[in-house]
Each structure stands twice: as C-alpha cells, then as structure tokens.
Design a protein around this ligand. Sequence first.
Ligand SMILES: Nc1nc2c(ncn2[C@@H]2O[C@H](COP(=O)(O)OP(=O)(O)OP(=O)(O)O)[C@@H](O)[C@H]2O)c(=O)[nH]1
Ligand SMILES: [Mg+2]
Length: 426
Amino acid sequence: MPDFITVIVSQLSFVDRLALVAAASQIVALLAAILIEFSARKRRWVQAPAPATEQAGRAARPEIVLAEEIASWPSPRAPSVTPPPPAPAEPVARPSVEPPPAPAEPAAAAPAKAPARIGLGLRRTRENLLARIRAAITGSAKLDEICEGLEEALIAADVGVQASLKLVEAVRARVRDGSGSAAIREALKDEIARMLAASERPLNIPAEGPLVVMLAGVNGAGKTTTAAKLAARMKAERGPVIVAAADTFRAAAIEQLEVWCGRVGADLIKQNQGSDPAAVAFDAIKAAVARNVSTVLIDTAGRLQTKVNLMEELKKIARVAGRELPGAPHECWLVLDATTGQNALSQAKIFGDAVALTGVVLAKLDSTAKGGVVVAIAEQLKLPVRFVGVGENVEDLRVFDAREFVEALFAEDESRAEVSSGSYAA
Ligand SMILES: Nc1nc2c(ncn2[C@@H]2O[C@H](COP(=O)(O)OP(=O)(O)OP(=O)(O)O)[C@@H](O)[C@H]2O)c(=O)[nH]1
Ligand SMILES: [Mg+2]
C-alpha cells in the first residue's frame, strides 16, 4: 500500500475506518450489479429476431435454391409432405378480375359410377342435329333445298359457317338429285369424319423421362376436373402421375385439386396460394425426374384470353418447364367448355399465340346441344381434339376418335349411340 494512504489511514479514528470499509464494499457491490445487468442485456440482443428487411431478403430466394431442396423432399405419397413455399423469382402477374367462386369439391366418398358413354354425352347435340337433318332430307326436296337445310342444321349445331359450307359443298359433289336420304346422310357422316381426322396427330411422347402435359383455358372451362380425369387414366395406362397445382391464384384451387388427387391416387406437388405457378411446374418436373414418374399434369389457373399479363404467366410456365426438361411441356392442351360454342375458336386462337397448343380437350360435351364445335375446331384451327369430357365424374373422359364420334352423333336412337361408341368405354 502506498505511504501516503498508510499515513491518512493511521490518522483516522476507528469509526472513520469502519465507514471507509463500508463505502468501499458498497462501490464493489455496485460495480458487480452493473456487470451482471450488462451481460444479461448482451444475451437478449444476440437472441433478438432479425430485422424485417433481413427476413424479406432471406425469403426472396432464387428458383435455383428450390432445385436443391426438391431433391431432398420425401415422396408426396407420404401424408405429411408439404413442400416449403419458395418466393417467385420473377414478379407474377395477377388478373384484374375477381376469381370465380370455387366449384363444389367432389364428394370424397361418392360411389363409383359407370362411365358415361360418348353417345349419352352427345345426346343433346345429336337430337338437335338429327331433327334438323331429318327435316332437311325427307320429302321431295330438291338437292339445293336439301343442301340449304343441311347447312342450317350444321350451323345450328355450332359446326361454324365456314366448316358447314365446306361440308355441304363436299356432300353436294357426292350425291345427285334423287339420291336417297340414307345416301345423303352417309355422305355427310363421311365428310365430317374426314374433316375431323384431318387434324388428328399422334401424341408427342418423349423417348425418355416424363411426359409433361400442360392444361390451359379460361375460367371454369373444366381444367381441374380434366386434370383429375386424365390423372386417373394416365396412371392406369402409363404408371405413376404427378399433378402440379399451378393454379396458385384462385382461392381453394389447390384444395380442390388435392381432393381429386386423393381420389384418383395421384401425387400432388403444390406450394402456397399466391406463389409462382412456374415454380410449381418446375418442382413437379424435378420431382418426376427424380422419382421416375411417367406423367406430369400441370393444372393452371383460369385466365381471360384478353389479359396480356396472364398470358405472359402462361408463357413463363412453359418456358420454365422447358428449361428444366428440354421438350417440356410435350403436350399443351386447351380445355374448352363445349357450351361456349363458337367463342371457343377465339379462345383457341389467342391461347395458341401465347403457347404452342398441341390439342384440345372439349369438356362438358354432355351439357350442350352445340357439340358440333368439335368440327369447327378441327377445321379452322387444325388442332386435334384429344379428349372429350362427358360428365363430372372421373370416368367421364373419352379419347376422341373421329369415326366413333360421328357414328354416335348420327345414331338414330340411344341404344345405337351406345353400341357405336362401345370402344369409348373405360
Ligand atoms: N357436365 C360436365 N361438367 C363438367 C365437365 N368438366 C367439368 N365440369 C364442371 O365444370 C365446373 C368447373 O370445372 P373445373 O374443373 O373446376 O374448371 P376449371 O377450368 O379448373 O376452373 P378454374 O380453375 O376456376 O378456371 C365444375 O363444376 C365441374 O364439375 C364435364 O365434362 N361435364
Ligand atoms: Mg381449376
């Protein structure tokens, strides 16, 4: 201890010395308290959440991170699997219209129904067309009058003016005044079948890797129902199917597809509502390749063909699919609601400008008397009709075959329509 402190302390009384010791110990206690508080605060700062901007930065991961993640996901067959929601790498355009109300979900416990026949699906169109054709052909009408009547019958069935004129011209070249009504009917059947067959072309099945089919169309056309029907069919014919829930826009769209996939036993790849549909397609293809799945079906959101930004979104899905798997999507089908008649043609033209359409699925053929639009599509757009939807159940999808379609269309009674369409049965 320094000398001057010893001198000062020796001059203090006993009481002063005690007071000095007490004061010194209080200072030590205060310093200890400050140290404890400081270390406690430091611990809290370390554990505090990252600032909002930092979190946002973490969420904005590029698509490629997803690619690494997907390989480590367990199979979506496992009930607990829900892929993490990555943020879109590009801004996603959104429609300026309200989404349509969610259609009724299929009842999970619905009893299996017998598949609807194409003949039954065509009942309304057949009745409409045949009554008019009968009226045109019977009696002692001259060929000119018959042709006029046929033209009207075809146009009324939504075959379209251009296709109707062509068909009637072809029939006129094959028959003469006085040809019986049976001959005229046969000539018309032949010409319609020929027109339909002219647009047929084989599916673009890849030599290896999964077949990727993208479904597009306007709101409510029947895309999701068709995706489910196709999933069931493809699974039976080609093996495991993955369905991509790329309608991330409409409320409940993902759940609707989830219910369908559960029913038909297809794997579903999904993300959260509002995520980038192209990223979902990307995930699905990546998963299909990793798991050796034979078919990927991409269900997209309904969009008005007049909305440029939505068409851009569709292009992006196709672009991203092709980047991940060269050649994908191998098939891109426009799902058309048969009840919309000739409007289907303008839809097909505009969707065809956005993506390379390779075919059409004509849904709700059972709900219309204007099924003749099939012929207009083939004639004007040169697009093959791949499938027709003839009901709301999973079995109600028929491979389209020109000759059988025409036989069913011209069958004079229901039972013959059934027989003529026998090969459509699942
Ligand atoms: N009668 C009949 N109804 C069908 C057919 N296909 C679909 N539907 C019904 O049409 C409605 C719309 O079908 P969705 O498959 O949800 O149509 P979507 O194109 O996916 O609709 P968005 O996703 O809203 O664009 C549902 O009530 C279906 O049951 C069909 O072939 N026949
Ligand atoms: Mg849908």
